[in-house]
Design a protein around this ligand. Structure first.
Ligand SMILES: [Zn+2]
Length: 142
């Protein structure tokens, strides 16, 4: 049973003594030192396909997390700015852009003692970053 060999081209499982793939006719390549077909199974199929797929799923998840957290944070930030400074605050927040994301949760936390926005914005960004890191660890960019 240990003498089976995978076709590097189509993945067909061939008898260990086969020279050409029974399915696609490709020349079967054995790793050096495994000419007899004994020992560990030759890695003829693309390695880590499941892992790459998982990496892609995690990457999509991280994008969704960032989009949702970013959108909700923006709405909450602008709502907070309008509550504090009215229309001027909203316009200022839009002009400052990314600074708003960072500054408003901190402002709300230190001036109002409300940690929810801070935890949500920063925690969400951190979660997105962690997922993105996990995604590139699972499926490195080619
Ligand atoms: Zn084949």
């Amino acid at each position: 049973m240990s003498t089976l060999i995978y076709c590097w081209q189509c993945g067909h499982l061939n008898p260990g003594n086969a020279v050409h793939c029974a399915s696609c006719g490709a020349l079967l390549v054995r790793p050096p030192g495994l000419a007899d077909g004994a020992g560990p199974r030759p890695q003829a199929r693309p390695v880590g396909t499941t892992r790459r797929t998982l990496g892609k799923i995690v990457k999509v998840a991280s994008t969704i997390v960032w989009l949702v957290v970013g959108l909700v944070s923006m709405i909450l930030d602008l709502w907070m700015l309008s509550y504090e400074w009215g229309l001027q605050g909203v316009i200022g927040g839009l002009i400052l852009g990314p600074v708003t994301f960072i500054a408003v949760p901190l402002y709300v936390f230190f001036n109002r003692g409300a940690w929810v926005l801070l935890a949500f914005s920063y925690g969400g960004a951190l979660l997105g970053a962690l997922l993105m890191g996990l995604a590139s660890a699972l499926a490195p960019e080619e």
